[in-house]
Write a protein that binds this ligand. Structure first.
Ligand code: GLN
Length: 507
């Protein structure tokens, strides 16, 4: 069976009531045979074909399957955020984004692997073992929505939901040659999203074409009474945006984001894409943003501070890992958190607690908030003159597994291009524009708040100029999965049925 884009699948399903069921069946088989070497799924919905059959007449999606990042709550399907501490947690309700997809006729195919609690940029910080890049299995697929992007790139799902705090949709989209959209802060409800850094967390789609992103955004976007931070701002016509002409638009390349520190291969592909954009009749200028240098430090201080508070709720009493109780409450909590959290999560909790502690709060946390304000003001000023800001999505090509894990700082540095939009709450998209040494390169477009339409319009024109939807990965070399990965994959390819309360940040 040919692997369709989301749009193609929907069209087929409209004319053939058995198509979605067959597709779901085919994808489950494909996952079982291909995923042991990629590790992009950590739970599968075996009932997907049957559910697809029952949704055959339900529009607009007609039973077409999609994958969902494991930090997004799915009723009846284990949701762990890639952490040991949530092993066995089965949400009693759907996140709003998932509920909206289901009522639009989508079926959840399975839950995708991710960096634990969304902390990471390579997909290696998962308690379920690392995900691999389908274009080259010796390399990382990016993170933290590693499994969502790898699954889409490998043709294991037509589209997927990810979540982006500081780049977690855009980074893996760029590293796997897929399209990834981070909507504006407040555009998509976070009800049911397991919180990492609440002032920046956003759910966003990953797919093989701009049209697919627009389809998902049209369904999940909009005010939700269950999330008071969701915006009442009116929605745009995202499907209509795909037809917009971009000639005459004024956009700017952010000078500091293409300079030293950006890999030569990435620069070459980036400038080639900029030429393509100019060829569309777009006026491309250059803008210099003075506070960008400080954005990365500000992001890591703020994200860690919020994480230390959000993750305080994992105490082994309410959900997930709960070993035999012994000793006093202090030693019990220490045991649960010591065993349940991975190394990177512990680093972030310690860092966050430190920057919030008396004596350092003003010097570190408050200073980071001030920098955030400066970055936000500077970006919004630039976006008064330009419709979009352009940069590479990632400064490097996908690293090899293990290359960045020994040194967390070198991992944090990879987020330098993506965190500014996060700090400012702006929408951003990663568009696959080329290949260097066989590896995908993405360009990032940042837009005005609540103007996802312009991102989709430019992405659609660029996609068209570059030859249409992204191809499915054909691995160049594959290193076999470790024994550890195979065991973990088989342990988690099943669903549980334990019911417990919600670990999301929103009551
Ligand atoms: N890599 C960044 C971090 O670890 C961003 C992750 C994200 O967007 N969730 O914080």
């Amino acid at each position: 069976m040919r692997i369709p884009t989301l749009w193609e699948a929907v069209r087929e399903a409209e004319s053939d009531p058995r198509y979605s069921e067959e597709l779901a069946h085919h994808l489950l088989e494909r996952i079982r045979s291909m995923d042991p070497s990629l590790n992009s799924f950590i739970a599968l919905n075996d009932a997907a074909p049957e559910q697809a059959r029952s949704l055959a007449g339900v529009g607009p999606l007609h039973g077409v399957p999609v994958a969902v990042k494991d930090s997004i709550s799915t009723r009846g399907l284990e949701t762990t955020a890639g952490s040991r501490i949530l092993r066995g947690y089965v949400p009693p309700y759907d996140a709003t984004a998932v509920a909206r997809l289901r009522s639009a006729g989508a079926v959840v195919l399975g839950k995708t692997n991710m960096d634990e609690f969304s902390m990471g940029s390579t997909g290696e910080n998962s308690a379920f073992g690392p995900t691999r890049n389908p274009w080259d299995a010796s390399r990382v697929p990016g993170g933290s929505s590693s499994g969502s992007a790898a699954a889409v790139a490998a043709g294991l799902a037509p589209a997927a939901l990810g979540a982006d705090t500081g780049g977690s949709v855009r980074c893996p989209a760029s590293f796997t040659g897929t399209f990834g959209l981070r909507p504006s802060y407040g555009r998509v409800s976070r009800y049911g999203l397991i919180a990492y850094a609440s002032s920046m967390d956003q759910i966003g789609p990953i797919a093989r074409s701009t049209r697919d992103l627009a389809i998902i955004l049209s369904i999940v976007a909009g005010r939700d009474p269950m999330d008071s931070t969701s915006s009442p701002a009116p929605l745009q016509d995202y499907m209509g945006a795909l037809e917009r002409d971009v000639s005459g638009w004024k956009v700017a390349v952010v000078k500091e984001m293409v300079g030293p520190g950006v890999d030569d291969h990435v620069q070459r592909e980036f400038w080639r894409a900029v030429d393509t954009i100019s060829g569309l009749g777009v006026d491309v200028e250059e803008v210099s943003l003075r506070w960008l240098d400080e954005a990365l430090a500000s992001y890591y201080v703020i994200a860690s501070a919020e994480a230390s508070s959000n993750l305080a709720r994992y105490d082994g009493l309410r959900y997930g890992l709960s070993p035999q109780q012994s000793g006093d409450w202090r030693s019990y909590f220490a045991k649960v958190r010591g065993e349940g959290f991975g190394r990177e999560v512990k680093i972030r909790i310690m860092l966050g607690t430190y920057v919030l502690s008396a004596g350092f709060y003003e010097e570190l946390y408050l200073k980071a908030l001030k920098v955030r304000r400066l970055v936000t003001d500077e970006l919004s000023l630039a976006l008064k003159r330009y419709s979009l800001l352009l940069s590479p999505t990632m400064p490097v090509l996908p690293p090899r597994l293990g290359e960045r894990t020994a040194d967390p700082l070198s991992m944090y540095m990879m987020d330098v291009e993506t965190v500014p939009a996060s700090l400012a709450g702006l929408p951003a998209i990663s568009v696959p524009v080329g290949r260097a040494a066989g590896l995908p390169v993405g360009i990032q477009l940042v837009g005005r708040s609540m103007d996802e339409g312009s991102l989709l319009a430019m992405s659609a024109r660029l996609e068209e100029a570059l030859g249409g939807p992204a191809p499915i990965a054909s691995p160049r070399c594959s290193s076999p999965p470790s024994k550890y990965q195979v065991i973990l994959a088989s342990l988690h390819l099943s669903t549980g049925d334990k019911r417990s309360p919600s670990p999301t940040g929103i009551p």
